[in-house]
Write a protein that binds this ligand. Sequence first.
Ligand SMILES: Cc1cc2nc3c(=O)[nH]c(=O)nc-3n(C[C@H](O)[C@H](O)[C@H](O)COP(=O)(O)O)c2cc1C
Length: 321
Amino acid sequence: MFKTRITEMLGIKYPIIGGTMMWLSTPEYVAAVSRAGGLGILASAMYQSKNELAVAIDRVRELTEKPFAVNLNLFPAMRAIDNSEYLDVLLEKDIKIVETSGHSAPEDLCARFKTAGMTWIHKCVGVRYALKVQDMGADIVTVVGYENGGATGKLDIGTLVLVPSVVDALNIPVIGGGGVSDGRGFLAVLALGAEGVIIGTRLLATREAPLHDALKQSLVTASELDTILVMRSINATHRVWNNAAAKKCLEVEARGGTLNEILEIAAGVNAKRMYESGDLEAGILACGQGVGLTHDVPTIQELLDRIISEAADLAKKLASE
Ligand SMILES: Cc1cc2nc3c(=O)[nH]c(=O)nc-3n(C[C@H](O)[C@H](O)[C@H](O)COP(=O)(O)O)c2cc1C
């Protein structure tokens, strides 16, 4: 059940993509998503050098023979990233699936994706961006609605409208998400015409996600009201968990603080400290509204199997009524 063009093109069992998560999409986590039947995506921006990225790719391959992808980050980053060099590594390592995400379509890279015969997925938040990358030769477009954890862009379109709008506008397959936490959301996104579903926030509260247990427990008790948008003032809007660091970021933005003041709060080192130490207020955690539907900390395999069986039962029930 739930075989689509996406499962076929990516060679995966379930049409579920484990969204790239900066500092969390480690080889171990990525391999766990892929072993569970989804598509894990390694976050190349986590690695400081080509060699470190190459080692991480090798590590995923040691852990699983299943397909996985590597993300190239197109968002403005605190450390300048040369994606062209990272793409050299992907090609040397014969990576078959590349995901790009960020503010601009990767004009400088896409010819190389095409020549190498890679399957290129681009993630964005609006019809016009999706059409642009389809014209550039993208094989698959991922769109995430306003509910999603992480970058939300500036269009603020919810998943329920964004996904069918993009499906109608494109002729290549679409992966949809933003707020998907269970079988109901999964089935709904497929019903909207997507052929795959991307999940980020719900996967934070899994046994393999590399963040402190205290943080996972806080996510389990959080509600759909516990996220806010930060960094809109610097054109880098992110939906994040509403903790002390996020509130401080908003305060600095409201009083017209400098870019440096904002980036100091949003710095990855603070998030990493929070993930490792369990200090719940130390940094900013990207987090979507689907956190309100997160009630336990299963393994990734248990979560993905549960989503699929819930969705299958629900589809049968709806068809028989
Ligand atoms: C903690 C966290 C970190 C993320 N980091 C990135 C990232 O580095 N690059 C990226 O393209 N998307 C990132 N995302 C977005 C996810 O890949 C995915 O698109 C999103 O989480 C899907 O929506 P959902 O959170 O409602 O499931 C992140 C999301 C979370 C929750």
